[in-house]
Ligand binder design. Sequence first.
Ligand code: C5P
Length: 217
Amino acid sequence: MSNKRLIIALDFKNIDEVSNFISKLDPQKCIAKVGLQLFISEGPKVLEFLSHKGFEIFLDLKLHDIPNTVKKSVEEISQYNVKLTTIHLQGGRDMIQAANEAKGDTKILGVSLLTSLDDSDTRELYNNDFKKQFDNLISLAMETKIDGIVCSSQELEIIKDTSLIKVVPGIRNQHTFDDQKRVMTSGEAYSKGADYIVVGRPITQAKEIGEAIKDYS
Ligand code: C5P
């Protein structure tokens, strides 16, 4: 694995916006994350575009379907130069194993419980408290030997001693008023064992993008 640990979320509408933004980035210093919006608007050509520009890619589509469908989808993803991609651990053991079988050189990351869910949601959905539900999903991740997980700052504490690749979004070095509720600074995340951090708006909307990248690297 390379020593890059900053993943920048390219939450843009189209390739024109991406092209304008990445002209300010060094592909040796960061990984590019493509999420649902950009992938729906541009499809695989955005992967080819970023790859051609020299970027390693994190394709964050959070797959959750029957094992056969996920297997075929991961097979397609692995044809592109995608370093990391995501599935929902809640898709279950067979679905995770299907993704593992199809992954090629792409690393599979499991999403445990979305950061938008809390204890009342896990009780409603699974008749289980948040912590127990999270622990069940982490046990499943370990047993299925998935490559890593996307986790919040608090969850990082729980899994710090596992061999899973740890990818942490919700990173804020300055106080902001936005939709991220459970945040930590990049320094805290790295010191608590994050292998990668995911940063979007604090970099994409910064006045001085170069300075922001230094701050989060
Ligand atoms: O702009 P911001 O730094 O909040 O962007 C964080 C990125 O990480 C977004 O692309 C978001 O979809 C993603 N993400 C997240 N929380 C998760 C999983 C992914 O914020 N639990």
